[in-house]
Design a protein around this ligand. Structure first.
Ligand SMILES: [Fe+2]
Ligand SMILES: [Fe+2]
Length: 139
């Protein structure tokens, strides 16, 4: 992958991560009182938001290392009003993130950055697992 393609892809992931920070944080507050164990959902989402912020910072730093200016923008998504809808939405987004990071890992040669991306991907897999478990326990 050439440098410009990589920067483009990194900007895309920065936008994705930053968007997730907002959605998780907003929904953590919004959905807390909608279910019996809402406090658990809230702390789960708050922790995920922190992870996504860390991911965004790693990506942002890499863009800077490549002598480009990271653009911290997020997509203005409608947040989910139901817990179930929210969990399903995040399952889809986490799967997409895992796919994107896997693709990136396969297409770069920078070993040090590869290790960092693998760490991020592991986090997303953990998010996916915990959200899936939470959804299954709702039934
Ligand atoms: Fe992330
Ligand atoms: Fe995630």
């Amino acid at each position: 992958m050439d440098k410009y393609k990589l920067i483009e892809k990194l900007q895309e992931m920065l936008n994705y991560e930053y968007t997730d920070v907002f959605i998780y944080n907003t929904e953590a507050e919004l959905l807390e009182n909608k279910i019996k164990n809402g406090a658990k959902l809230k702390s789960l989402y708050k922790n995920f938001a922190l992870d996504e912020l860390t991911h965004a910072e790693i990506i942002s730093k890499k863009i800077l290392d490549l002598k480009e200016k990271p653009i911290w923008e997020y997509k203005n998504f409608l947040v989910s009003k139901s817990v179930r809808e929210s969990l399903k939405f995040h399952i889809e987004r986490e799967i997409k993130a895992i796919r994107s990071y896997q693709e990136l890992i396969e297409n770069i040669t920078d070993r040090e950055f590869k290790i960092k991306l693998k760490g991020i991907k592991n986090d997303e897999e953990e998010h996916l697992k915990q959200i899936t478990d939470f959804l299954n326990n709702l039934r």
